[in-house]
Design a protein around this ligand. Sequence first.
Ligand SMILES: [Zn+2]
Length: 308
Amino acid sequence: MVRPGIGPGIGNGNGNDQTRSVADTRNDRNRVFADAADEQLLQFAESHPRLFVLTGAGCSTASGLGDYRDRQGQWKRRQPISGQVFISDEAARRRYWARSSVGWPSFSKAEPNAAHHALAAMQLAGRLALLVTQNVDRLHQKAGHRNVVDLHGALDSVSCVDCRHSLSRDTFQALLLEANPWLHSLTAAHAPDGDADLELEDLACMQVPVCSLCAGLLKPDVVFFGENVCRKKLQHAMQALAMADALLVAGSSLMVYSGFRFCREAQKLGRPIVIINDGLTRADSLASLKVSGECGRRLSTLAANLRD
Ligand SMILES: [Zn+2]
């Protein structure tokens, strides 16, 4: 049994460092575990029936959306644009929208994977207190998950920073391409925030659409790097965490404070933390159980066994 403070500690999740010996495939009361970590996850979930779940980019990689950080928690590519730079620097804003126009079509067509479906099934089975995601892709909702807290907003809409007039990202995309037909010809690999790895030297000719009501600046409805998370959302999430039995983190390195704060709060409340993530996280030392491996595989095994 895994309990706060007396769990197996930080394991590599591959079963190599476990004191219990398990076969590669174990069938116990019709439950199938690939390794000891699967079994420990199930024990954790069974002894903490109402889980508060926090998901990050690692949950969406199997849907074809890259993640930001490597196994050591370092940036894999340039740091995302900050809110302050987006508002104040016109050239940076043009560069952002040029890249975003390339990444958006495939980003918006991404489909939920096994991780999203497993969490939606766990919600349906009444196992979740709340799901909070750091992702801006809406894949949890596409998988049928209800009442998701999009901590960092979502990329599928754009708003005026002055009058709050809002339009869909698809509508904005059409306006952007209409004003800049040359963008059609650009191709590049897309990044997790719908941005794209693309170097553009001269964007002086680029026309960025403005608000149709007040000619104000349009900004994606996401929390950019360096911006604050919506206070109301945070309050709602913290209340749910206080009512939950434990915190489950899936696919996040927790390097950004907006996610890490839930681990700090869980610790303060005496709620144990379980982490599923490939590579280091900022909360490894706070976790009762740390499991590596692909989120979709871990979570779908958990959801299937919980249904028994
Ligand atoms: Zn406006």
